[in-house]
Design a protein around this ligand. Structure first.
Ligand SMILES: CC(C)(COP(=O)(O)OP(=O)(O)OC[C@H]1O[C@@H](n2cnc3c(N)ncnc32)[C@H](O)[C@@H]1OP(=O)(O)O)[C@@H](O)C(=O)NCCC(=O)NCCS
Length: 167
């Protein structure tokens, strides 16, 4: 069994000391997440040690769309020429104290499963992510994310692939 649980963000979670090594991701969970929840701009799920409240990782999901022109030709060939609906994996980060213990993978798989569940009641063609840098993009590519045409850090994973792996 994992040493952590992943649950919806709430006021009880202690995130004052969260540090992943990337300032914007630290600032978000420390100071901005509540506003995003309140205004329904993003839904954040946090990992906490079993029975604890200290945030050791998190991810944020939001609704998104990918422009048709940004899809690789093979994927675009089968689609109508308008933006495709996606789940945007807006942020994903693991505290330095917990990195290297498969929590990043656990959070990513949880986000993909949640997106697959959502797709049962809503059109969701893929999961989209804007990686912060090459290292982050390499992490996502390990799990099958493919580059979109505008930027090598802009990646997506088709729902059909997610369904094959997790469904
Ligand atoms: C990227 C990050 C989420 C990875 O989390 P983690 O818990 O350390 O990673 P895991 O232990 O789950 O690693 C799972 C696999 O991914 C690999 N991996 C981890 N970080 C990687 C990276 N930056 N590049 C390539 N592969 C990476 C691991 O080696 C492991 O591979 P294995 O299956 O061969 O053992 C974490 O390092 C982090 O929060 N970084 C700072 C914030 C960030 O860059 N977030 C993503 C930006 S959008």
């Amino acid at each position: 069994m994992a040493d952590w649980t992943i649950e919806p963000f709430g006021k009880q979670h202690d995130r004052a000391a969260f540090t992943c090594g990337r300032q914007p991701l630290d600032d978000f969970i420390r100071t901005r997440v509540s506003q995003y929840e309140k205004r329904r701009l993003g839904k954040t799920f946090v990992a906490v040690p079993q029975g604890g409240a200290r945030v050791i990782g998190y991810y944020t999901l939001a609704a998104g769309a990918v422009l048709f022109e940004r899809l690789p030709p093979d994927a675009a060939r089968k689609l109508p020429r308008h933006p495709v609906p996606v789940v945007l994996l807006a942020r994903l980060a693991v505290d330095l104290s917990a990195q290297g213990h498969r929590l990043g993978e656990g959070l990513l798989l949880d986000a993909l499963q949640r997106s697959l569940d959502l797709s049962a009641g809503l059109g969701v063609h893929a999961v989209e992510v804007d990686a912060l840098d090459d290292a982050a993009a390499a992490f996502y590519r390990r799990y099958g994310f493919l580059p979109l045409l505008d930027d090598p850090l802009h990646l997506y994973l088709p729902m059909t692939t997610i369904e094959k792996v997790l469904g």
